[in-house]
Design a protein around this ligand. Structure first.
Ligand SMILES: Nc1ncnc2c1ncn2[C@@H]1O[C@H](COP(=O)(O)OP(=O)(O)OP(=O)(O)O)[C@@H](O)[C@H]1O
Length: 630
């Protein structure tokens, strides 16, 4: 999978487009209010100048009137003071409204972008997304990007505000001397450049440290998650794991701290220069007042103007740097959204062709609302041809030159030592991965040429690490066949067949009982009960399935239930291909053929009796297991 390059500019453009798409109205309100608010400081400064000049004039007349009566008798002074108060009030109101609108705007952008990312990850066909370090790093960086995207609005607004304050202030400063804006501008440019450079460095460090951050988050999950809580306490692992978390934190923090320190020193040095630059125009006005070419009001006006120009330039500078920072931080979001799975269905052939041939053979059946092919429709079975496989994040081949023809209606049991590659082979049959070499031929068609979703709808599976959904009993079962969500009879039948009827009957909420201790009112099941629930899920899905895959379906079951499940398995496997992975060799006796895997290669294939007679690896495994029961 290729992560495409996106420049900060492209990321910025896409961020702005996203924000404008999600909150166009709010953004317009904020922009209009900011525009109104932007004129405020210039007006206030202007009014201030009038007030000071008026007061100076009145004082020079030697009036003895009391202050209130004096103000009330001077319409210019009075209206200027009233205007100044009004401008302050309006500015405050605008700031409050803006902060309210911004909060709602931030929530909506966060919800939108999180939804996009979750949808992308959840519907991404390629399981390698969760196993390839580069992609995991991208996911990690996306988290930060999602936090920063809503800030784009406030930064854009800050920039806008900067511009709105800047334009009137700069016009006023030109009226004082044409060179003043030039000096002010050239003073902030170096600091702006240095800040941009420093942000880029911070981003580079963040990118290279994504894997460390991911590791740190993993330790956090281990230290605070329920899955590990018992063993961590029983084995007193807290000090060791905490030390690892702190170690990673210190490494990341130190590197960031170094860059921040260097960056801040450089930015402060350049800001000092800009401070000196701002002093020049100020001294110029003071000199003008002393020379009597300017009034005291002028001094107040120009001092205010210089400060406002500086404030607006600061706004522009910090807004620009932040926008650059946000553009960098949001790059991974768009890289993730553009990511194309390698398991693409693009070259997919239509199932129509296969359906057609099956229909011609009268094997087409209807099941509930959906069309499905019966087990017999898998007429030529599954042919695994010269298959080799290496996981995307590794160099070590896990399966080597596998050749196996599975006949229609056949039940195969895969056996072999831990790590032999049994589960990996079942993952390839479900097309969670594509073979590195060779092919899996399904009914005469390469698996890669079949529509992925349709293919998966024809497969029923109980995984070794089956899911424990934190939802109701009903949903835990019906997730196997969504159209049957409200079919109580079918759900109860599947539960009964999986041997869970009594357990569920005893629950107060029955099918609606919430499973999962983390949920309010939720309860937990035992390991074996969860496994039986996963089997019930598979049972509900069974009718449309042409291929049934069971990976260690009885690992957590007691001997009595295990025996019951063996009997159910026989029924399950009928009329379809069944591939079962099991270390329980009693199960192998039920199979049409047993396939023995060792170090990723098939070393023996045959019926139980044939392999026992062969006296090879299977014979050894079987006799060892049998002797351990004697
Ligand atoms: N996602 C993965 N990425 C890289 N290597 C993997 C991945 N999953 C499994 N492996 C490796 O592939 C090898 C085969 O694993 P697999 O789970 O297929 O074995 P298995 O025969 O099912 O073992 P067990 O009986 O213990 O379940 C192991 O060495 C394992 O380390």
């Amino acid at each position: 999978m290729q992560i495409i390059e996106i420049s900060p500019f492209q990321a910025f453009r896409r961020s702005v487009t996203t924000v404008m798409q999600v909150v166009p109205k709010e953004l317009r309100y904020v922009a209009i209010l900011t525009l109104l608010g932007g004129a405020g400081p210039a007006i206030a400064i202007w009014l201030n100048k009038i007030i000071i000049d008026e007061i100076t004039r009145l004082l020079s007349t030697g009036t003895t009137q009391n202050a209130i009566a004096l103000i009330l008798s001077q319409p210019v002074l009075l209206s200027s003071i009233a205007g100044s108060l009004l401008v302050n009030l309006v500015s405050d109101a605008i700031a409050n409204i803006n902060s309210f609108v911004y909060t709602s705007l931030r929530d909506r952008i966060t919800g939108f972008i999180q939804g996009q990312v979750i949808e992308k990850v959840a519907t991404f066909e390629d399981i390698a997304l969760f196993e390839t370090p580069d992609l995991l790093n991208l996911l990690q960086l996306t988290e930060k990007g999602m936090q920063r995207l809503p800030e784009l609005c406030i930064r854009l607004v800050t920039m806008l505000e900067g511009i709105f304050i800047f334009i009137p202030a700069i016009l006023l400063s030109v009226s004082l001397a044409w060179w003043i804006p030039l000096i002010l501008f050239s003073c902030v440019t170096p600091a702006m450049y240095v800040e941009r450079k420093y942000r880029k460095q911070v981003w580079r460090v963040e990118k290279t440290q994504a894997s460390l951050l991911r590791e740190m988050n993993l330790y956090k999950t281990v230290l605070t998650g329920e899955t590990y809580a018992k063993e961590i306490r029983l084995f007193s692992l807290q000090p060791l794991l905490l030390e690892r978390w702190y170690g990673l934190y210190r490494t990341i923090f130190r590197a960031m701290e170094q860059i921040r320190r260097r960056g801040t020193t450089a930015v402060i040095s350049w800001s000092l220069l800009s401070g000196l630059g701002f002093a020049l125009p100020y001294l110029y006005v003071v000199q003008g007042v002393l020379d009597r070419t300017h009034t005291l009001g002028d001094l107040a006006l120009y001092t205010g103007v210089i400060l406002e120009v500086r404030r607006s330039l600061d706004n522009l500078m910090s807004g620009g740097s932040e926008l650059y920072d946000i553009a960098l931080a949001t790059t991974p979001i768009f890289q993730l959204l553009e990511l194309e799975p390698q398991l693409s269905s693009s070259q997919s052939k239509s199932w129509g062709k296969i359906r057609e041939s099956a229909a011609n053979n009268q094997n087409f059946q209807r099941n509930g609302n959906r069309e499905s092919l019966s087990g017999e429709a898998l007429q030529t079975g599954i042919d695994i041809k010269n298959l080799s496989f290496t996981y995307p994040n590794s160099e070590r081949p896990i399966l080597k030159n596998i050749n196996l023809k599975i006949h229609p209606n056949e039940m195969i049991v895969l056996v072999g030592e831990n790590g032999a590659g049994k589960t990996t082979l079942t993952k390839l049959l479900c097309r969670l991965y594509d073979p590195s070499q060779g092919a899996i031929i399904w009914n005469g068609e390469d698996l890669r040429s079949l529509p992925l979703e349709d293919l998966r709808s024809r497969i029923d599976v109980v995984m070794q690490d089956y899911a424990r959904f934190p939802t109701t009993v009903r949903e835990n079962v019906a997730f196997g066949n969504l159209p049957k969500m409200q079919d109580d009879e079918a759900i109860k039948e599947a539960i009964a067949e999986a041997g869970l009827a009594k357990v569920i009957e005893k629950l107060d909420g029955g099918l609606e009982t919430l499973l999962g201790k983390q949920l309010e009112g939720g309860i937990d099941l035992s390991g074996g009960q969860w496994q039986r629930l996963a089997i019930a899920r598979a049972l509900l899905r069974l009718s449309p399935a042409e291929l049934l895959i069971l990976d260690e379906p009885t690992a957590n079951l007691d001997p009595k239930t295990e025996h019951e499940i063996y009997n159910i398995l026989r029924t399950l496997a009928k009329g379809r291909i069944a591939v079962v992975v099991s270390h329980r060799l009693a199960l192998a006796k039920l199979a049409d053929r047993v396939v023995v895997l060792e170090h990723g290669q098939i070393i023996e294939v045959g019926t139980h009796d044939e392999l026992i007679a062969l006296g090879g690896q299977y014979h050894l495994m079987f006799t060892r297991q049998a002797s351990s029961y004697n």
